[in-house]
Write a protein that binds this ligand. Sequence first.
Ligand code: BGC
Length: 757
Amino acid sequence: MKAILLFLGFTSICFNFISQSDKELDKKAKQLVSKLTTEEKIAQTCQVTLDALLKTDDKGTIVLPIEIDEKKLTQLIEKQSLGSVLNVSSHTLTREGWNKILQQIHAPFQYGKTKAPVIYGVDAIHGANYVVGGTLFPQEIGLAATWNPSLANKMGEITAYETRASGVPWNFSPVLDLGRQPLWSRFFETLGEDPVLASQMGAELVKGYQGTNPAESTRVAACMKHFVGYSLPKSGRDRTPAWIPERQMQELYLPSFKAAVEAGALTVMINSGDVNGTPGHVNKYLITDLLKNKWGFKGLAVSDWEDIRMLHTVHKVAATQKDAIIMAINAGLDMSMVPYNGPHEEYLNLFKEAVVEKKISMKRLNDAVTRIIYVKLKLGLYEKQLIPWNEYPKFASDEFKNDAKNAALESITLLKNDNQTLPLKKSEKVLLVGEAADNLIFHNGAWTHTWQGEDTTFNSAHAQNFHQVMRNAMGERLTYVKGYDLSSLGGWEQCTVVDIEKAVRAASSVDKIIVCLGEMPATEKPGDARTLNLCEEQQRLVQALQETGKPVILVLFFGKPHIIREIEPKSDAILHAYLPGDFGGEALADILFGSSNPSGKIPYTYPRYDGVVEHYDHVPSEEKTNKTLGKAIDPQWEFGHGLSYTTFSYRDLMLSKTDLNGKEELAATVTLENTGKIAGKEVLQWYISDLYASVTPAGKKLKGFQKVALLPGERKTVSFTITPEMLKFYGVDNQWIAEPGEFILQVGNQSVNFQLK
Ligand code: BGC
C-alpha cells in the first residue's frame, strides 16, 4: 500500500502541465483580464502580508500558533479578490502548517468565488529557510565564493523543490545587487562585488528556481531583486540614497539583472531606496523603458515592503498617497506590497479614483494585470494551486543535504596558511574558542527561520553546529571555551568577553587553537552598522591566545568583512566561512582535517582599514602611493584570492592571434597543472586590461572564469573566448564602445598582449 501511495505521489510530482507557448499564455492572460471588473483588476495588483489574514487578540497581537482568521480571509481574498499574499509570520512553519494556510487561501478560487488564484511569495534566499527541516545552503556571499555556477543551479533547484513542497510557488530571490558597500547590512545577501561573477551565478540561481517549465510542481518563480542600485547606500545604512553615475550603472549594477532577464526570470522587485535622487519605485526609465521595453522583460514588477506608501511618507516625492500610487504604477510597477490589512483598503480605493480620473490609464492597468496573470499562468496556478506536502519525497533528503554541504565546502576560503598549519594532524589536540562555533544562528545569518535569524529556538534539529561536529570527531582531544558573547547583547557592533583567562589556560594543554569569530545575524534596518571594525573583545581574545605561542587558526563566520588587520599577522591560518548554512560546520571540519581541499575564492575585496572602500577593478590613479601611508591599494585580501592545500601552475597562455578587428572572437588557451600532492580545484579567473581609453580604464576587469578539478600531477588545457563585447565600455556618449588599441589578457601569473584594430 505504502509503495502504491509513494508511486502515486511520485507521478503527481512528475506531472508537468503542458508547457504552453508564451504567445498562447499572453493571449490567455489577456482573455482572463478582460473578464475582470476594474475593482478586480486593481485587487490583482494588491499584495498583503500573511499577518493581514491572521487571528489577533484584543490588542491586535497575532495569536500563536498562527491561524487564518476566516472573516479576514473572506473579506480580503473572497470579496476583495486580492492578487497576492507574502511572507511568513513570526517564524518558520512546518510543511503541513504551510499547506494548511495555503489550502485556506486558495479555497475561494477553488470554489469559484474569485476569478484568479492567489500567488504566494516568500523569501527563501538560502534554501527553504522558512520551512521546518528545509535544507539550508550558504548565503549568497558564500555561494559566490564557490565560483561554481552549477552549485548555484543546484541550490536554486533544491530551494525550489522544498519551497514548492510547502505550497509556495514564488521566491523573492536572487538578490542581484552588487556587494560594493560592505557596511550595508545586506552585503551577505549579495553575490559579491563583480558583475561577471554575480551575473553568472545569479542567472544559474534563476534557472535552478524556474527550470525550463516553472509550472512543474518542483519549481518556483524567481524574483530578481532589488532593481537597481539598492546595495550602494552612501551612508551604508539600509534604504538610504545611492549616487550611481550612468556609466557605473551600466557597467556594474545592471548586468546581473540583464543576465537574469535573459535567463527567463519571471518577476522583479524594485529598489526601496533612491538612486540619484529618484526613488526606485518612480523610476520609469529603469522599470519601463529599460527593463520592460529594451530588455523585453515580460514578467511582473512588485514593489518592496510598503514602498508606494513610502513615496509619500519617507521619500517625499508624492504629496499624497494617491499621487504615490499614480507615480509608481505609471512608472511601470505592477504589484504593490502594500502589505497591511487596512492600508490595503486605502490602496484599492485611491487606485480606483486614479483610474476613474484617468490618471492611471486602463491600458496601464490592463498591462499590469496581464503581467500578473501571465506569471500565474506560467506557474500553472490556474490548474493546480497546491500539491500536498507529502508528495515531495526528496524534501530534506540526504541527497539534498549533501548538495548543501558541497556548496559550503566549495565556498570556504583559505585566506592564509603559514607553515602548513592546516590541515590538522589526526593526533593533534585542539582548543576551540568562540560563540560563533557553538550555535547555528552564526552559521546561517538572517532570513533563517525568522526575519533576523537571531532566535535560536528554531535552529534545524537535523543539523550540527561546528562545535558539535568537532566534538564528535575529536572527543576528548577537543576543548571548547566560549570566549566572547554576542547573542546576549543582541547588538550588531558589540560583544562581551566571557572568559579570556579560561581560554588562555586551556591553551596550555593543546597543540593548536581555532578561534571562530562571528557577528550577530541581522539584515535591513536592524542590521545598520557604523563601522566594519571587529568588536574589540573578540580581538583582545585572539591577541591573548596568540601570546601563548600556540598556532592560532581563525575561522571567520562573517557575512561582511570585519577589520582584522591587528590580529591577522600573528594568526597562522585563516579560513573565511562566510555564512555557510546548516552544513557549514561539517564542511569546515572536513577542510580542517584535510578530507576536503579548500577551493573557495573571496568574491570581494577584503578591506584592511575601516575607512577605505576599494575594489579590484580600480583605476590607475587610485594606486598612487602617499609617502607616509605607503601602498595606496592595500586590501587585507584581494578579490579572487583563496589558497588550496595543493599548488597549481599556469603556463603557455596563448592566443589564436594577436590582433582582431572588433567583430571577431579571439581564442585563448592556457595550461593548468596540479603541481602538489593532492587533488584540488582551481578557479581560472580571466581578466582583461584596456591600456588606454577615452574613459579612464580600470586596471583590470574580470571577463570570465572556470572552476577546474585536477588530480595530483594532472594537467589540463583550458580555453577561453574573448568576444568583441568584452572589450567594450560605456563611453562618453553613453554608448557601449570598443576603442582600438592594446589590451592585456591575464590568467593566474600569465599574461599576453593583443591589439584591437
Ligand atoms: C525586503 C525584501 C523582501 C521583502 C519581503 C523587504 O523588506 O527588502 O528583500 O523580499 O521584505 O519579505
